[in-house]
Design a protein around this ligand. Sequence first.
Ligand SMILES: C[S@@+](CC[C@H](N)C(=O)[O-])C[C@H]1O[C@@H](n2cnc3c(N)ncnc32)[C@H](O)[C@@H]1O
Length: 274
Amino acid sequence: MLNIPLPDSTFKDLRDYIYEKSGIYIAGTKKYLIENRLVRILQEKNLSNFEDYLKFIRITTNGNELNRLFDAVTTNETYFYREIEQLNVFMNDVIPKVLGQKKGSSVVKIWSAACSTGEEPYTLSLMFLEKGYNPKQFDIHGSDISEAVLSSAKAAVYNSYSVRNVPEIVMKKYFSSANQSYVLNDSIKKTVKLMKVNLIDDKNMRLLRNMDVIFCRNVLIYFDTKSKQKVISHLYDCLSPGGYLIIGSSESLHNITRAFKPNVLNKVIAYQKV
Ligand SMILES: C[S@@+](CC[C@H](N)C(=O)[O-])C[C@H]1O[C@@H](n2cnc3c(N)ncnc32)[C@H](O)[C@@H]1O
């Protein structure tokens, strides 16, 4: 692979551009990451330096190029049944509370915002089914800024790392294996509606409303305080009154907002819209 140096000043301009478009803040110590991940695009476009790439990405009207930039700078680590304590609290404590609050409709609306390759929303669907709910009782949305991860989510073919925490009985019922890959059954795939949503974008954030529970886990860590505040305030507006927000267990809303009531359930925090 070509070795194209990324000058500090261009790195800063590129970082500001990425921040403006996605809210993702790239620290100076991560410059190498941008350098390594974008060099392939430069090569493909026959660009000899990052200054030309920056000019190109600023003037291009082709949304695909911006998507490729997002794909290159995002970190997509995820797996089924991640942070199981939170998931158990969701299923055993939060869902009964939500159902208790709902009048009329008993369809629970869930959104996995920043779902990466789909493991999180599919896990929620598997948990509902294993708990005896039928698919008409829950409505699950999964979204991400990166089109590459969303197409993987649509394909729903996983490796052993991704499925390592899936209980054996669930594995047998809902996955088939081929060539060391694990393919999720269509019956589960069709319970999750996947779409592209940029959490920092005002217009995008009007797409999903009246959610009962929003999962926004392990994405806030990529944002600075200002972006976190913007995203969290958007998510607040997307929730129904009394709805719940669940963020990653290593993340916090401290200094970000006081709009939510933190409910501690079995040592897990579920932030409630009041
Ligand atoms: C580490 S993954 C988290 C996946 C899953 N929520 C979990 O906890 O396992 C973070 C995801 O956030 C997405 N992301 C980053 N910035 C975003 C933004 N502005 N809008 C929507 N998604 C974003 C990335 O594309 C990536 O797939």
